[in-house]
Design a protein around this ligand. Sequence first.
Ligand SMILES: NC(=O)c1ccc[n+]([C@@H]2O[C@H](COP(=O)([O-])OP(=O)(O)OC[C@H]3O[C@@H](n4cnc5c(N)ncnc54)[C@H](O)[C@@H]3O)[C@@H](O)[C@H]2O)c1
Length: 510
Amino acid sequence: MFHARTRSSDEGARRTKQTKESSEKRGRRARSRSREKKIPQACFPALRLSNRPTSDTFSTCKGALFAMATRVDVIIIGAGNRGSTYARFAEECPDQMRVVGVADPNLFARDAFKQKYRIEEQNVFVDWHEAAKREKFAHAAIICTPDHLHKEPALVFAKRGYHILLEKPMSVTPDDCLEIVSACLDSAVLLAVCHVLRYSPAVRKIKELIDSGAIGDVIHIQHLEPVGFYHFAHSFVRGNWRKESQSSFSLLTKSSHDIDLILYWLGNRRCLKVSSFGSLSHFSSDNKPSGATARCLDCPVEQQCPYSAKRIYLDMVRQGCVGWPVSVLCPTSNVDIESVTRALQTGPYGRCVYSCDNDVCTNQVVNMEFEGGLTVAFSMVAFTERLCQRITTISGSKGELSCNNDSVVRVFDFLTQKETVHHVDNAGLLVSSLRAHGGSDYFLIKDFVAAIASGDAALIQSGPKETLASHLLVFAAEQARKENRIVFFEEEWAEKLAQGTMGPNTATPI
Ligand SMILES: NC(=O)c1ccc[n+]([C@@H]2O[C@H](COP(=O)([O-])OP(=O)(O)OC[C@H]3O[C@@H](n4cnc5c(N)ncnc54)[C@H](O)[C@@H]3O)[C@@H](O)[C@H]2O)c1
């Protein structure tokens, strides 16, 4: 469900691929592969950037909750995959958001931003430190640097009075997260962390149904995050999230979303105990096939390997895909067969998955006990066909709720023994091309910008307190796994939890 196509624009990638195929080919493919998942079509083409909104632009943006009176100026710190995603909102709704600055050491990314958003030369920076030295020149900083580079810019820009949109994880230690929260609260700036799924209409529908008593008292939640076999190989075996020392553990980098969702659905229910098991399975030298070489391009047994980089990346490019994941291989050039081949010859993504320096868990379970005996079982697993399409079942005293895609939530009522199918309202999304994460990216950035313009912090669902609470639970779960014991969360984490209940997210309208 919710297509949490994390660290990806894979929906976008698939769309790119799709548009490049002939309609005849598409028809053939649709007939011969009836099990293939449906890919939503863009209802509106992405809008071109113009200095002033056109009437078309304005009517497109009317799909949003309300017409904005004030445009929010943002600086993008880290113009990679996520930074580019959020910036696209400015292209689509230029009356709501404008990108006025960018900081990134990657010249290719910087230049692309400069041209696309017509950023003045003086507001284009090689590093975030330079941007922070300048007088404040925007309302918000959108921080999309790698995981271990979140804390410093978040602290500095908050202290400079910028509202902060911060990619998840907030940071890689509990104390860093607390510091970020304190800095934002002390500076009275808004903080929204990119727990995008909280903004998904399906997730909100689940909360609404729970809160309305549709299934009675919640007794148990079973929630699965199926990461997807090639997604895991891409990001967590060959890619940027493969090593705990370079980013963080996979429960934090991948599944902080899921622990956060569970807390969101359960509202004020307190988690008392947590246990967890997990390990790195399969992707290690012990499982390297006989005859396999260090790189897929010259591997004699590559054709029998489901994780062949040749198949995953080169076949995608041949089929016209230039978005995620292949775009990640070529951060400093355009994507084509030549650039991807070069990357596979020399870069990390051409490595045999059994010869990498990865150490993060491929599969992990987290069990939680909440007050009142409510139990939660969460699983994250790499080896799945589904690509981050979560599966959730919530058992209540009067009914069972289930959701395994973006658009439908089912409730079975024990009294009437009837099922009600709730169709999710994705209407706002029709105006946008930001459809990764089931459209949650669009709803997040739209609400963040609206919160700044209106000063209504309540529009932010992933503010400091709730994000800190779920991050602390993730750290506690990992502690339980590493120490091989039950962690009594409320007792053992009391001090940090107390620090996290400081004042509210606040802002005044711009
Ligand atoms: N919310 C989600 O679901 C989600 C999904 C994917 C990734 N993420 C998170 O988003 C963040 C960014 O991920 P990404 O996939 O965009 O990575 P990326 O590598 O594509 O982008 C990171 C960018 O930061 C830039 N950078 C590095 N040092 C910098 C500095 N000193 N100043 C300015 N820029 C600097 C890099 O050059 C790069 O362009 C990560 O923390 C990641 O975990 C969140």
